[in-house]
Design a protein around this ligand. Structure first.
Ligand SMILES: Nc1nc2c(ncn2[C@@H]2O[C@H](COP(=O)(O)OP(=O)(O)OP(=O)(O)O)[C@@H](O)[C@H]2O)c(=O)[nH]1
Ligand SMILES: [Zn+2]
Length: 219
């Protein structure tokens, strides 16, 4: 807790950060991408070395660099707010005031507990508050939030929050239906189960609106 005249500590910042924010240190982006790639490369080479792998082998020698680049530039690039997609908004000349639903958006994320993939789909919907968003930007928002170490509950809320912010409306719904490879490829090894999470905001909390959305996505 913060007391008068005390310095604000990292613990205090974590205390005030909304629960749906990915827990990041305040210095998370002090290093540039190239420096991060070099450091991760060294650490990953260390892991491979401990596992007993021969880093002089032709097929393995570039793996630490590949993994580091993939982490920073691809699968965890959504940690960095500078990679946030710019939402292209258009006027709503037809005064389209019904629900807009985009179904079956591909989700590729990674579980923050095991660092193995979460794969699935997201269904998102909103009511226009005067403007409409370029459809591909909904996919990009899903990708941006997915490209972080995640748990599915937080991913779902983060997608909804980004869409709400982009469109300036509370009337947003998100469902994520995903397969956790930490449940299938290891541990309990269940290849059949998927996990469903939902975030209903604004008008989507009304039963008839929620049901219309569920009907459109075939649930
Ligand atoms: N709520 C939630 N749990 C998750 C998610 N992804 C993975 N998990 C779970 O996180 C839990 C971590 O549990 P631990 O007991 O610490 O890890 P573990 O020993 O590897 O557990 P097992 O997977 O059961 O072998 C597991 O039950 C995972 O299934 C997620 O998105 N949301
Ligand atoms: Zn996991």
């Amino acid at each position: 807790m913060i007391h008068n005249n005390d310095q604000i500590t990292d613990t205090d910042i974590a205390y005030f950060a909304p629960a749906y924010d990915t827990p990041l240190r305040p210095d998370a982006f002090d290093l540039d991408d190239e420096t991060k790639i070099q450091l991760i490369q060294n650490h990953f080479a260390g892991i491979m070395h401990v596992l007993g792998l021969d880093l002089d082998d032709d097929s393995l020698k570039d793996t630490p660099k590949r993994v580091a680049k993939m982490y920073v530039k691809e699968i965890f690039s959504g940690l960095n707010p500078s990679n946030k997609p710019v939402p292209t908004l258009f006027k709503n000349p037809f005064s389209y005031n019904q629900m807009l639903v985009e179904r079956n958006i591909s989700v590729f994320s990674n579980c923050e507990h095991h660092f193995v993939p979460i794969t699935g789909k997201a269904h998102v919907a909103y009511f226009s508050n005067g403007e409409v968003i370029g459809l591909s930007k909904l996919n990009r928002i899903v990708q941006y939030c997915s490209q972080r170490p995640q748990i599915q509950e937080r991913l779902t809320i983060q997608i909804a929050n980004e869409i709400k912010e982009a469109l300036g409306t509370e009337d947003v719904a998100v469902i994520v239906d995903a397969h956790h490879h930490c449940v299938s490829s290891r541990g309990v090894r269940d290849i059949n189960s998927t996990t469903l999470t939902a975030e209903y905001c604004g008008r989507f909390r009304e039963a008839d609106v929620k049901n219309e959305f569920l009907k459109y996505i075939g649930s």
